[in-house]
Design a protein around this ligand. Structure first.
Ligand code: ADP
Length: 617
């Protein structure tokens, strides 16, 4: 009884085991099917070779066909035959570990095409240490192998791309976010090392948090999206990062390319030009740029307000639209100066608006240069000075009117003084002679002043009529010197070297020049001394006329500005000396009407010489 029970138990145990074995085999088969693994068994002692269905498929053999070791050996790619044979021998040798793991090429049985195979196997030895069975798997890895080759080729390509984009970094990631390639000059700058990255997963080299922050970006590119993001590094650099999916022949994403570029300089330049643009737009002055062909290239809001044209109407069109017909020759003259790299400042002229109104404008024009310093265009700032001009005209008119009105009463006052002085001299009344002489001097000074004001008002109006004549210089100088000598007892005025020269000039205006220079020489030598009015002949029929004093002198800085309208030297010692700062301005203007120029040589504390040169008639 017991024996039978025991037997039954054994049988059921055996049945269970067989079931388990069956299940295991099914599981193994499913796994093998899922991975497209082919299996094989070889019995070296008998020479028998069996291939599974999948294995036959890989080799291109019909499922029902048989196979021999010789046929297998023949279908190894010729170049790989020796190597495979050696590996088989090695695996079967009783000394080694009896394992077999190689990659080689085959030529398929059906179409002779070349495929890459990865084979694994194990040899089982019998008690006599002879190889009894050799079994294992094969897998067609041609596609993977080709992808790998392509990636290696691409790696070279990425390298050359990265090297030709300065300040860039190119990273290629595979579908598992592993870094395949990393290239570019930024790598060094950022302290990256190729070795630390290639073949590694982000988690191998950075914290889970860092990976988490970048993961979604990798996922997006690997899902086939092409996009860019801007990032700022901890040390303040700006980066533009482009993500580009890399697709295979079947249009499936096989890798992601990440291109990072340092755009810090670009950003700075952008910020700078944005700031500049804001300044230009908010400026009260019209700011225009144009090419040398006078084609407008930029036009700010103020330009629109001033001239009435919108940017759309002007950009691409000629600036000549703004220039009045009688001033068209101005443009080529200005362009010529700018081409030389010169700047034109405060050039006062007239321009015409869209509705035909004439404007007074002050132009400051500068050349625009490219990065190499080549002049490529022109920038122009135009300020509407119409109102300022009108204001000046009103002031001038007022000065002219007042001076004119003052002239008549002053003339009659002067004649009364003359008559009374004459009478006092006859009577020999010293007190009255003295008082009337002083009154006469003051009246003369006032006359000169009024005369200067009138001349200035006329100059501003552009109406200085020159009455050129031939006249002898000597009598004019003598007259002025004796008039001036009356004004002072502190100074000795000498007339020197003035030969018999005749000039072609406006006698009265040259007289005004000399009078001004002489009265300055007296005014600015408060301690007295010698004053010389002289004349030298120069080669080329020219005469140099000068007025020299031993007065306070003028420093170099002030010498440059003396001839500006209303310019007076600011100096405590000169505080008590009255004046308006128009004398030398008139001198300079009058001489320029005679194609001449006033010059000064002076030393502080020693004295000054003012001189000018005129043609001899
Ligand atoms: P004003 O004499 O009315 O100030 P000017 O135009 O004649 O105006 O002269 C301008 C300035 O030049 C004067 O304020 C003075 O400081 C300086 N200046 C002119 N002539 C002389 C001179 N002979 N010596 C020293 N300084 C002079």
């Amino acid at each position: 009884m017991d024996n039978i029970r025991e037997l039954n138990e054994r049988i059921s145990q055996y049945e269970n085991r067989e079931k388990e074995l069956e299940q295991m085999e099914t599981r193994l088969r499913m796994a093998i099917d899922a991975t497209q693994l082919g299996t094989w068994e070889y019995y070296p002692l008998t020479g028998e070779l069996n291939w599974s269905e999948e294995c036959k498929k890989i080799y291109g053999l019909p499922v029902n066909a048989g196979v021999t070791f010789e046929a297998f050996a023949e279908h190894i790619y010729p170049d790989d035959r020796d190597f495979v044979q050696k590996e088989i021998q090695k695996a079967m040798s009783p000394k080694g570990n009896n394992r077999y793991d190689i990659t080689y090429r085959i030529t398929r049985f059906d179409d002779g095409s070349v495929r890459w195979i990865k084979a694994n196997g194990k040899v089982y030895l019998n008690d006599n240490k002879q190889p009894e069975s050799f079994m294992g798997t094969v897998l067609d890895i041609t596609d993977t192998k080709l992808t790998l080759e392509k990636l290696t080729r691409n790696e070279k390509l990425f390298k050359s791309i990265a090297l030709s984009i300065p300040n860039s970094l190119i990273i290629v990631i595979d579908k598992n976010h592993r870094y395949i390639t990393i290239e570019g000059d930024l790598m060094e700058k950022m302290g990256y090392n190729k070795k630390d990255y290639e073949g590694k997963h982000p988690l191998d080299i950075s914290s889970p948090e860092q990976y988490e922050a970048a993961k979604h970006l990798y996922d997006r590119v690997l899902a086939g999206e092409k996009y860019s993001v801007e990032r700022k590094s901890a040390s303040g650099e700006d980066y533009m990062v482009h993500f580009v999916p890399l697709k295979d022949d079947k249009d499936e994403v096989e890798a992601g390319v990440i291109i990072a570029m340092d755009i810090t300089d670009l950003k700075l330049a952008q910020e700078k030009s944005a700031k500049l643009a804001a300044i230009v737009e908010s400026s009260d002055d019209a700011i225009i740029s144009k090419t040398f062909d006078s084609i407008v290239t930029s036009w700010n809001e103020s330009a629109q307000r001033t001239f009435g044209y919108t940017a759309d109407e002007m950009i691409g069109d000629t600036i000549l639209k703004l220039i009045p017909a009688d001033r068209v020759e101005e443009e080529p003259q200005i362009i010529a100066r700018l081409k030389k790299g010169e700047r034109v400042e405060h050039f006062e002229t007239k321009r015409v608006t869209k509705d035909g109104k004439l404007l007074d404008v002050s132009l400051t024009i500068s050349p625009v240069k490219d990065v190499h310093g080549n002049v490529i265009g022109v920038s122009k700032i135009a300020r509407d000075i119409t109102e300022k001009k009108q204001e000046e005209t009103r002031k001038n008119d007022f000065i002219a009117m007042v001076s004119h009105e003052l002239k008549t009463p002053l003339t009659s006052m002067k004649s009364y003084i003359q008559v009374l002085l004459q009478k006092a001299k006859q009577d020999g009344d010293l007190f009255r002679i003295n008082a009337l002489t002083r009154a006469d001097i003051q009246a003369k000074k006032m006359t000169l002043m009024i005369h200067d004001f009138l001349t200035m008002a006329k100059l501003e109006d552009g109406k200085v009529p020159l009455h050129k004549d031939i006249f002898e210089l000597h009598p004019l100088v003598q007259e002025i010197v004796s008039d001036a000598q009356v004004l002072t007892s502190l100074h000795t005025i000498q007339l020197k070297d003035c030969p018999d020269v005749k000039l072609t000039a406006d006698r009265e205006k040259i007289g005004q020049v000399l009078t001004n220079l002489l009265s300055n020489a007296i005014k600015y030598s408060p301690k007295g001394g010698n004053i010389t009015v002289g004349c030298n002949l120069l080669p080329g029929k020219k005469a140099k006329i000068y007025v020299r004093d031993e007065g306070v002198g003028i420093n170099a800085e002030d010498q440059k500005r003396l001839f500006e309208r209303f310019y007076r030297v600011k100096n405590d010692k000169l505080k008590t000396i009255s004046g308006f700062g128009i004398g030398l301005y008139l001198v300079s203007e009058i001489l320029s009407y005679h194609n001449s120029k006033i010059e000064v040589e002076s030393e502080v504390g020693v004295g000054s010489t003012f001189y000018f040169i005129l043609d001899i008639a």
